[in-house]
Design a protein around this ligand. Structure first.
Ligand SMILES: C[S@@+](CC[C@H](N)C(=O)[O-])C[C@H]1O[C@@H](n2cnc3c(N)ncnc32)[C@H](O)[C@@H]1O
Length: 292
């Protein structure tokens, strides 16, 4: 099995959501009020000291410009799609590369009649599972955990865990596909296409191929590429900018919506006085697509 580097990226994005949840202005605050509880105790205690949290954030802005705001808008946007899809009667939610995702817990009310599966690398998932059990009411929430290494295993293991291919399902694939192989991306989309019920959709974010090739000049791109390369986990998958419709169509999907960084700033980062609070890094779009 490939080395698991996902745990640190999962904790890193959860830490940013935890800091975002401390924002004073509710219109820009990260809605993930449970993120802090899934962090290692030391980090959680550190973030509880506001001046320290501010210092960490300042450093983060310097290292990865636009990333903090990306986490706020991405959480809000995918939350909005989840709420919309629950209203439209989905029966299953599959969170791919779930990391420290808290949606099963934050949305427990609207997910009452929805079966939730979390798929992740075994190492990351074991940590998540142990920490989630300690959330208030954590053991009352029913989540089926399915350990999978996308690069080496097929999603067919879902069938052994009670997943039904006949039911309308929402797949959430947040912050993952840029870290796996192009083949693993295709196999995941192929599974969704072949093995989900009518009306199923998938929401995911992707980076532009120019990022993977080290040629992207958009806001925060250079710093982000340098950061992941230094950690020994360079980006492995991207989609050509402007080619999403073709990319999806050739894999049997129809684009429902695509949000650019600018769209997300306008939609999710406006303060009460109408000004946009921050700039989102420029190389990531979020897509919602349906099976054709
Ligand atoms: C940046 S984190 C995002 C986690 C979560 N979706 C979120 O947004 O908070 C990347 C996630 O992808 C998972 N991941 C990366 N490579 C993987 C692989 N080969 N197989 C399974 N999961 C993988 C990691 O374990 C980690 O949870």
């Amino acid at each position: 099995m490939a080395k698991n580097r996902g745990k640190s990226t999962a904790a890193g994005v959860a830490a940013m959501r935890a800091i975002g949840a401390l924002e004073d202005d509710p219109s820009v605050r990260n809605p993930d009020y449970l993120a802090a509880r899934l962090l290692p105790t030391g980090l959680r205690l550190l973030l509880a000291i506001r001046p320290l949290a501010r210092m960490i954030l300042k450093q983060y802005h310097r290292l990865l410009p636009g990333n903090y705001y990306l986490h706020i808008v991405r959480t809000k946007h995918i939350d909005a799609i989840l709420k919309e899809r629950c209203g439209q009667g989905i029966r299953q939610l599959v969170i791919l590369g779930a990391g420290f995702d808290t949606r099963a817990y934050r949305f427990r009310e609207i997910l009452k009649d929805v079966k939730v599966f979390e798929i992740d690398h075994p190492g990351t998932q074991a940590t998540k599972k142990a920490r989630a059990a300690r959330l208030p009411g954590g053991t009352d929430v029913s989540v089926t955990y399915v350990p999978v290494d996308f690069n080496n295993q097929q999603l067919d293991v879902l069938f052994e865990s009670g997943y039904s291919e006949a039911l309308p399902t929402l797949f959430v694939w947040e912050g993952v596909c840029m870290y796996i192989t192009p083949q693993a991306v295709d196999e995941t989309l192929s599974f969704v296409k072949r093995h989900s019920g009518t009306g199923s959709t998938i929401v995911f974010d992707y980076i532009f191929r120019s990022m993977v090739e080290g040629k992207c000049d958009y806001y925060g791109a250079r710093e982000s590429a340098a950061f992941v390369a230094k950690r020994g986990e360079p980006y492995t998958f991207g989609i050509e900018e402007g080619a999403i419709q073709d990319f999806l169509r050739s894999r049997g999907f129809r684009l429902l919506s695509e949000f650019t960084p600018l769209d997300m700033e306008q939609t999710y980062l406006k303060t009460v006085d109408g000004t946009v609070r921050g700039k989102v890094c420029g190389y990531t779009n979020v897509v919602h697509a349906a099976k054709e």
